[in-house]
Ligand binder design. Sequence first.
Ligand SMILES: [Zn+2]
Length: 263
Amino acid sequence: MNESLLLDWLYKGRLHSYPQIYTAKGGNCMPYYGFSYGYLSYLWFMLPAIVITIVAQAKVKSTFHKYSSVHNYNGLTGAEAARRVLMLNGITNVSVEYVNGHLTDHYDPRTNVIRLSDSVYHVSSVAAVGVAAHEAGHAVQYATGYAPIKIRGALVPVTNIGSNLSTPLILLGLFMNSEIMIWLGIFLFSFAVLFSLVTLPVEFNASRRAIQVLGESGTLYGEELDGAKKVLTAAAMTYVASTLTALLSLLRLLLIFGRRNHN
Ligand SMILES: [Zn+2]
C-alpha cells in the first residue's frame, strides 16, 4: 500500500502539469482533471479494500484474543498440536521451533521448519492449536505436492523482483515520458496480484486440512473446533483483503495509464 501511496503522491504532482498540456493542445482539461481526482483518486478507488482490510485485521485480532483465553480440553500446546498433525500425516522431516513476535507463525519450506510465536508455541489455547495446525497444514501441502503451493513457491522470486521494480519503473516512465517503461512496470506489478490470488487457495486449503485433522483425531472437541475454525476464517479474510487491495491497485493503474494512452 505504501508503494501505491508514493505513486499516487508523485502522480498527483505530475497531474498538475496536465491541464496546461491539454489546454495547449486545445483540449478541455476539466474532464480529465475531474476524472483523476474523482473516483480514480487513491482514497476513493481503494476505499472498499481499505475498509475490508481494517475490518479483517480487527476481526482477526479480536477472534484470536477471544480464543487465546479458551484452553483446550486435551491441554495441548501449539507446538504439540503441530507435531501431532505432522505425525498423523506421516511427516517426519519437519521440525517445530519457537519464533519471537505476535502472529509471526509460519512454515518455512526451505528449511522444513514450522515456527510458532509467543501466543502459540507454549500456549494450550484453542487459538494456538488452530494456528499451529494451520501451519502444519502448509507442511502437509508441500509433502503431498499440492499444486497451488508449488505455483506460489515458484512465483516468489519473480514477485519479489516485480514488487521492487514496478513502482520505480512506472515513476521513471512518467518522468521520461516512456510508455514502454510504464507498461513494463504495470506488467511486473501484475505478478504481485497473481501471487496474491494463488495465495488464497493455499491458505483456505491449509485451514481446511487443519480443521479436518483436529476434528478427526479428537485433538479438539465440539465448540473448541468451532472456535479454531473462527480463528482461521478470520485469518483467511486478511488474505482476501490483501488480494482485493492488489487487484484494485492493478485496475487503478490500468485505468489511469490506459486512459492516458487514449488522450
Ligand atoms: Zn497460512
